[in-house]
Ligand binder design. Structure first.
Ligand code: PLP
Length: 459
């Protein structure tokens, strides 16, 4: 411990410090830590139902609870008779991925398998280099993915990993609150169809990383339904193109839907048109990293993309062999910490925490609005306030970047910048597990002091 204190802690970025407002939060809480400790002690590796029966069942049960608390569509539930963990299993369900990036990658792999009629390169039984393989491999080069220019970089990375050559990062506009709207998607789908390409995967975001913008999920779902009517569906196979897979990334803002007033409508209702949805319990739901629930309406395509049964795993097949729902084989018992968090705080405790974080952001925004040297730079949502120094660009962008650098060098608070629409914004993401109003006030005082240290704020 003396080595830890002397050598390691001074060199860490302190995510649990109450005036840490960089990126998005990551919570350490007592029930979450206890869950991690027990999970480490039990250390059951749940690649299949048989390798971790109760842990696998617990995962599907807590994700059904969370799906209910977030008012997700019924298709995302594993169990359908209202009884916890019992009764009929539907085609869909939830699984805990390590990160939101994994969730997006896994959804893309399922989308790709669906678009290619179940063909997966190098899958057992295929890959012989026959004419069918050559045609499918060629079809794979024509697949296109769509998202917004505000989407997280994990969408591009998923395309890099999955070998998707065409990614459209569709433009958003300040007057739409940086939200992706259906007409931009509709135009891109039409242009690609005319060019002989195959739309395969669409990622909409609820709560973008830079400004917490919410894409028009309902409009995007309706656009896909109109452009790809169901009777034409089926995916690949040489017939009419199937409907692209719609994934909704709610990494940060998704868990805030425990509060009905934080279900942004009509986007939230539009989730009924999504094939999959993911969020990070490790960002704003009091659960330590890593815990990224992913729900799918139909796991069939996940299995076609990812199922592989080596001889040492034969004979115990189960629908809930989670190795078929993720990239790695091994997996941690992550459901334990989520279970402990949900059981300890309950729905009302989680709601109170989300409202507390939103209140802190409102307080910080009021500080910004009260000082003419600053401006609020994007609509505030949940715990995130985007602000910048007032004045024209490029001066204001440069000065805002310098301000955040000076603030962070001072060590009293930490924030980061983002580039949106060619301008630099400062982001203050409130909602640390221990953050109180006095920390927000102290961080604002540190921002003002940093500005005055730079010469008073003329830009
Ligand atoms: N999606 C969004 C909207 C995010 O804000 C983030 C991270 O901040 C991610 C995805 C990536 O999250 P993870 O680190 O869990 O992959």
């Amino acid at each position: 411990m003396s080595d830890l204190n002397a050598h390691l802690l001074p060199g860490l970025t302190h995510w649990q410090a109450p005036s840490f407002a960089a990126w998005y939060p990551a919570h350490t809480t007592y029930p979450g830590l206890l869950g991690e400790l027990l999970s480490g002690a039990i250390n059951a590796i749940g690649f299949s139902w048989a390798s971790c029966p109760a842990g696998t069942e617990l995962e599907s049960i807590v994700l059904d609870w969370l799906a209910d608390a977030l008012a997700l569509p019924a298709a995302f539930r594993t169990h359908h008779d209202g009884e916890e963990g019992g009764g009929a299993r539907g085609p869909g369900g939830g699984v805990i991925q390590c990160t939101a990036s994994d969730a997006v990658l896994v959804a893309l792999l399922a989308a790709k398998a669906r678009a290619l009629g179940g063909w997966v390169a190098a899958a057992p039984g295929g890959g012989g280099g026959g004419a069918g393989d050559a045609a499918a491999a060629l079809a794979a080069t024509r697949l296109v993915a769509y998202t917004s220019d505000q989407a997280h970089s994990c969408v591009r990375k998923a395309c890099m990993v999955a070998g998707i050559a065409h990614l459209r990062e569709l433009p958003t506009r300040e007057e739409d609150g940086w939200s992706l709207r259906a007409p931009a998607l509709e135009a891109a789908l039409a242009a690609d169809a005319a060019a002989g390409l195959t739309p395969c995967f669409v990622v909409a975001t609820i709560g973008t990383t830079a400004t917490c913008a919410v894409d028009d999920v309902a409009g995007i779902g309706a656009c896909l339904a109109t452009s790809f009517p169901e009777e034409e569906g089926g995916g690949g196979g040489g017939g009419a193109p199937g409907r692209p897979w719609l994934h909704v990334d709610g990494a940060y803002a998704g868990t805030a839907a425990v509060c009905p007033e934080h279900r942004p409508q009509p986007a939230w209702a539009g989730l009924s048109s999504a094939d999959s949805f993911s969020t990070n319990a490790h960002k704003a739901l009091l659960t330590p990293f890593d815990c990224a629930p992913l729900w799918v309406a139909d796991a069939t395509h996940l299995r076609s993309a990812l199922s592989l049964t080596p001889s040492f795993l034969r004979g115990t097949a189960n629908d809930l062999d989670f190795r078929d729902w993720q990239v790695p084989l091994g997996r941690r018992l992550r459901s334990l910490k989520l279970w402990m968090v949900l059981r300890t705080y309950g729905r009302s405790g989680l709601q109170a925490f989300v409202r507390h974080a939103a209140g802190l952001a409102e307080r910080f925004e009021a500080h910004v609005a009260s000082d003419a040297r600053f401006e609020v730079a994007a609509p505030r949502r949940l715990g995130l306030v985007c602000f910048r120094l007032a004045g024209g660009d490029p001066g204001a962008s440069k000065a805002t970047a310098a301000l955040v650098e000076a603030l962070n060098a001072g060590g009293k608070a930490m924030m980061v910048t983002a580039e949106v629409g060619g301008r630099t914004l400062a982001r203050a993401a409130w909602g640390g597990a221990g953050t109180q109003a006095r920390h927000v006030d102290g961080a604002w005082a540190a921002v003002v002091a940093a500005l005055e240290g730079m010469g008073g704020g003329s830009v």
